[in-house]
Design a binder for this molecule. Structure first.
Ligand code: PMP
Length: 395
């Protein structure tokens, strides 16, 4: 099997499995208990918090809260800020966020907040003019993702956060860094020092599912999302998931090391992109020409259905995605591609390959050898495709 769906989830790194195993077996003690045996798990959480703090550019360990997933971190950020700052009721976000931000903002709207959803252009770049115009005296929170899960397009969040703080330092800036963590440096004491809240998740960087982290800069006005225990400094109640917390930290340490020496993922992605675009007519890269995550390739294959491509790839033993994993299963085109105003026939034929540090050149070659035939076969039965001219009908 060739797994090229790493933006949906990643395989566990063997070192991560080794790091968490003791806490799933012998060291099962509750880290809050008073006896000697609990010291090991309690110490492991402390060490993990320090490792994650280093991974985020050397922030303070007490600025890290362990959560159950990035969805929780995003919910905790938005609802927590709203609850702590009742006097301001305006949020700015983008039209291309993950549903764990978009839906929370819509829920906030239903509860009486005003939300500005900033659009993007056809390349996926944020409409900065609209964004600056949307900033208001009563703006409480700006939530803008770092990198898009579907296209890999990176938003210049350091610059955006600076604009926010120059306009009004009281506005709280949250970023969903679930797709960038482990792929791009996250320096919250340097380039990203205007960011107050940052979410990410274990399972996107070769850690386990069911654990995430939330960075909360000291002084940020936020109320806890989960109450009922003293854990995480009273900011996220519930007995700690020790093994998964240790595993998340180990995944961060490994990602840091691999980012330092890593060029092969980008090189493989670039080769996949270049060769497929050479071999296949009317193939476009969604997000072309803008800065993108090094592992992500979102292709628009005009005149065919993404779902059909997926089935054919699956039959060839290749796992990919059409739109985000959360929305596949429905034939509704992705809200991200809709926001980019990708033409109708291209939007429906979009497919995402996402690589990881475990992807091999041989796997990329295998995709290169089967993908053009899949597209060709599907176009032969497409009512929109003129096979004699190798172009969409009517163009
Ligand atoms: N944000 C983004 C950008 C994502 O890609 C995802 C996962 N698809 C999430 C949030 C949610 O992450 P989790 O599965 O850890 O809740």
């Amino acid at each position: 099997m060739i797994y090229l769906d790493n933006n949906a989830t990643t395989p566990l790194a063997p070192e991560v499995v080794a790091s968490m195993t003791p806490y799933l077996t012998n060291e099962y003690f509750n880290p809050s208990s008073a006896y000697e045996a609990s010291r090991g798990p309690a110490h492991a959480i402390r060490a993990a918090r320090e490792q994650v703090a280093r991974f985020l550019g050397g922030v303070r360990p007490d600025e890290i809260i362990f959560t159950g997933c990035a969805t929780e971190s995003n919910n905790a950020s938005i609802f927590g800020v709203l609850r702590a700052n009742a006097e301001r009721r305006h949020i700015i976000t983008t039209a291309v966020e993950h549903p764990s931000v978009l839906e929370v903002c819509k829920e906030a709207q239903r509860e009486g907040c005003e939300v500005s959803f900033i659009g993007v252009n056809h390349k996926g770049e944020l409409d900065m003019d609209a964004f600056v115009k949307a900033l208001r005296p009563d703006t409480l929170l700006v939530s803008i993702m770092h990198a898009n899960n579907e296209t890999g397009v990176i938003f210049p969040i350091a610059d955006i956060a600076r604009v926010v703080k120059e306009t009004n330092p009281d506005i709280i800036f949250h970023t969903d860094a679930t797709q960038s963590a482990g792929k791009l440096p996250l320096d919250l004491t340097g380039a990203l020092s205007d960011i107050d809240l940052l979410s990410f998740s274990g399972h996107k960087l070769h850690g386990p599912k069911g654990v995430g982290a939330l960075f909360v800069r000291r002084g940020t006005r936020i109320r806890p999302f989960m109450c009922g225990g003293h854990q995480e400094g009273g900011r996220r109640a519930g007995t700690e998931n020790v093994g998964h917390i240790v595993a998340l930290a180990e995944a961060c340490v490994l990602a840091e090391a691999s980012m330092a020496g890593e060029t092969s993922v980008a090189a493989m992605r670039d080769r996949l992109e270049t060769v497929l675009c050479e071999k296949i007519p009317w193939l476009e890269v969604n997000g072309a020409g803008v800065e993108r995550l090094p592992n992500t390739l979102n292709l628009a294959c005009h005149c065919i259905e993404g779902e059909s491509i997926l089935y054919q790839l699956d039959a060839a033993g290749i796992c990919a995605s059409s739109g985000s994993a959360c929305t596949s299963g429905s034939l509704e085109p992705s809200h991200v591609l809709k926001a980019m105003q990708i033409p109708f026939t291209a939007m429906h034929g979009s497919i995402r390959f996402s690589l990881s540090r475990y992807t091999t050149t041989e796997e990329v070659d295998a995709v290169i050898s089967v993908f053009p035939d899949i597209v060709d076969r599907l176009r032969r039965i497409s009512p929109y495709w003129d096979h004699d001219r190798s172009a969409p009908r009517g163009t």
